[in-house]
Design a protein around this ligand. Structure first.
Ligand code: ADP
Ligand code: MG
Length: 249
């Protein structure tokens, strides 16, 4: 279980998060919604270890994560995507997938692409894994295309696949559906449900309420750095304070 306890983060004295707590469970998708600037990405950054909170803590299976140490948090099984996909645009889709696998110490792009024959066997296994993941994502036909030539929606799917290459128990997604056409959003929905079915813990930041309602078991609503509501997607849609925060009173 992923547990966030009383997390507070201030930037230059302004509170982006104020004593936020939540829990996310294996096999479930927790939606994190709220207006722009409400602190969603900041919270994701705290969970990923990219930002050390001013107070509060994040634990996985009751063991605190090393705050502010994203590489160590990744090694604890937490993978993430970014609001704007971070890809090597000139590398192919399959090469990006192989770079996405960060669980091997000392692994980097150069050793992957140019290492000597001794490692070829594990490299082949890596390619098999990467191709299987691309097939699940509906991107296999693009395996040898430059990542930079993909549509925005395809790049978001690819960045999810890259995050999955380390087989993480916990996955954090920052607005995967933003700017993505409905057909690819549908592909994302199918994929997200399959991740939950595998028993992964998924934290999903998203503005697309259809997607939230379709895939999330539970939803937490942030507004100005505090949790203003939590419950099932149906509860949240009925909640008057949530609607006011979105519509601006
Ligand atoms: P959301 O993802 O919900 O749109 P963010 O977490 O990105 O919100 O931002 C929450 C608040 O913190 C905003 O007021 C934003 O301007 C501020 N903020 C976020 N990151 C930084 C930063 N690195 N430095 C200063 N202020 C920041
Ligand atoms: Mg954000």
């Amino acid at each position: 279980m992923l547990s966030v306890r009383d997390v507070t983060v201030a930037f230059a004295g302004v509170r982006a998060l104020d004593a936020v707590s939540l829990e996310a469970r294996p096999g479930r998708i927790l939606g994190l919604i709220g207006p722009n600037g409400s602190g969603k990405s900041t919270l994701l950054n705290v969970v990923a270890g990219a930002i050390a909170p001013d107070s509060g803590s994040v634990s996985i299976e009751a063991v605190p994560i090393p705050a502010g140490r994203p590489e160590e948090v990744a090694a604890r099984g937490v993978a993430r995507t970014f609001q704007i996909p971070r890809l090597a645009r000139r590398l192919t889709v399959i090469q990006n997938m192989m770079v996405g696998r960060r669980d091997q110490p000392g692994e980097n792009l150069l050793t992957l692409l140019f290492r000597p024959g001794a490692s070829r066997r594990s490299e082949r296994a890596l390619v098999v894994d990467a191709r299987a993941m691309l097939a699940r994502l509906g991107l296999i036909h693009l395996a040898d295309h430059a990542a930079g030539g993909l549509s925005g929606g395809q790049q978001k799917l690819l960045s999810m696949g890259m995050a999955l290459m380390s087989d993480p128990p916990v996955l954090l997604l920052d607005e995967p559906a933003a700017g993505v056409n409905p057909v690819l959003v549908e592909q994302q929905i199918v994929f997200l449900k399959s991740l939950a079915a595998e028993g992964r813990t998924v934290l999903l930041i998203e503005h697309n309420m259809e997607m939230i309602a379709d895939v999330c078991d539970d939803v937490v609503v942030l507004d100005a750095g505090t949790v203003i509501a939590r419950g099932s997607p149906v509860d949240i849609r009925r909640n008057a304070q949530v609607m006011r925060s979105y519509l601006g009173e």
